[in-house]
Design a binder for this molecule. Structure first.
Ligand code: ATP
Ligand code: MG
Length: 361
């Protein structure tokens, strides 16, 4: 007996989706950093920590960003944060200048101290060598405790459902870099922004949700404001992942490929860019309620107009729009790329690998 066309289409769709999930795993696995690369980076961190301690004996140098949250790709840069545990410490500006001088004298790094930037940092890079074929790029900042906490939050989200979350995030990072829409300096979105878009989608858009809202789960024991607040912001979230794995279970059984296809569809068509704010803490918010509306009335130049085209609330610094660097043109390009990706995946070529190659070309 012949199979009816409906059933044939469904079977072909299911085959494509299964095939695409497998391709996505294979694709991201080969882009993960090698153990050797991770060891070299850890050695660099230790070396830099030793040097900084000659200036500030009570300091620690910690990794944040992708090297610390499990979303690292081969050859991604290192984000380091220096914490100083003593009360009498040098001002960040002075430390940046002194550290810059010291590293220039004592190491082979190219050093660029930026003592007067909004957030003072020292930028370092190392030329490629046989042991490190792609070199290293690294930023050292100071006392950025909120960044350490948001790194820990993203790491916990990755640990709740490692396969689906990490595969989606890593793929989107590669995709956004290859499609050239991952440069806040050029009006598009940072990696951090894309990661927040993925988590927002998995917590608040998918029904049933793939991830719980870690910031809204009830704490296991009473907590005080002092325990949870940092620089005036509430940084509490449920971080006992072992316990969470025992107690929380997602009813969403979609595969990575299904989630990715739906992610592109949602951000090309359904997210309310004009009025909405994506908040992983609180769900969909209104720009109005945050005072982030873009002023389209013309007239006097209004700084907020370019700043709030795309609105993504930082999980802790809730008065901060992570996507504030995204310009009108930048958002147009990003949405165009979401649409293109949704289109490529919906045409379902014969083999999923071809779709992936086309997606990232
Ligand atoms: P990549 O591998 O591309 O470097 P990444 O995961 O390290 O990606 P980045 O965008 O480099 O992501 O961000 C690193 C960290 O810096 C984030 O975890 C966050 O703590 C902080 N950060 C970056 N961009 C912002 C931003 N716009 N607002 C607030 N914090 C940010
Ligand atoms: Mg980084």
């Amino acid at each position: 007996p012949t199979t009816p066309p409906m059933q044939r289409r469904l079977a072909s769709k299911m085959r494509f989706v299964a095939d695409l999930s497998q391709c996505l795993f294979d694709f991201v696995i080969q882009l993960l950093p090698t153990t050797e690369e991770m060891a070299v980076k850890e050695d660099v961190r230790k070396l830099l920590e030793r040097l900084i301690r000659t200036i500030e004996p009570d300091s620690r140098l910690l990794s944040f960003g992708s090297t610390a949250n499990g979303f690292s790709l081969r050859n991604s840069d290192m984000d380091l944060c220096c914490l100083i545990d003593s009360k009498e410490r040098l001002a960040a500006t002075d430390l940046v200048t002194m550290l810059g001088d010291l590293l220039e004298r004592e190491t082979k790094f190219h050093v660029k101290p930026l003592p007067h930037a909004r957030i003072p940092i020292v930028k370092l890079s190392l030329d490629p060598s046989p042991g490190l074929p792609l070199g290293i790029a690294c930023d050292i900042g100071f006392e950025n405790r909120l960044a350490l906490e948001n790194t820990r939050l993203l790491m916990c989200y990755a640990m709740v459902d490692p396969t689906r979350v990490r595969t989606m995030v890593l793929f989107l990072k590669v995709w956004s870099k290859r499609r050239k829409i991952n440069s806040p300096y050029k009006g598009t979105l940072s990696s951090y922004g894309y990661v927040l878009l993925v988590i927002y989608f998995l917590v608040h858009v998918k029904n049933p949700p793939v991830l719980p809202n870690l910031q809204q789960m009830p704490p296991l024991r009473p907590i005080t404001t002092e325990d949870t607040h940092l620089a005036g912001y509430n940084t509490w979230f449920f971080d006992d992942i072992e316990l969470l794995r025992q107690r929380w279970h997602s009813d969403n059984t979609e595969t990575v490929a299904e989630l990715l296809i739906d992610f592109f569809r949602y951000y090309s068509r359904d997210f309310s860019y004009n009025t909405g704010v994506a908040s992983i803490r609180a769900g969909l918010l209104k720009k109005e309620s945050k005072g982030w509306q873009n002023d389209l009335s013309g007239g006097r130049y209004n700084d907020s107009r370019e700043r709030n085209r795309l609105c993504i609330e930082d999980p802790f610094e809730i008065d901060f729009n992570v996507a504030r660097c995204v310009t009108k043109d930048g958002l147009y390009t990003i949405r165009g790329e979401f649409m293109r990706a949704a289109r490529v995946l919906s045409t379902r070529p014969e083999r999923a690998i071809i779709a992936l190659a086309e997606l990232c070309e």
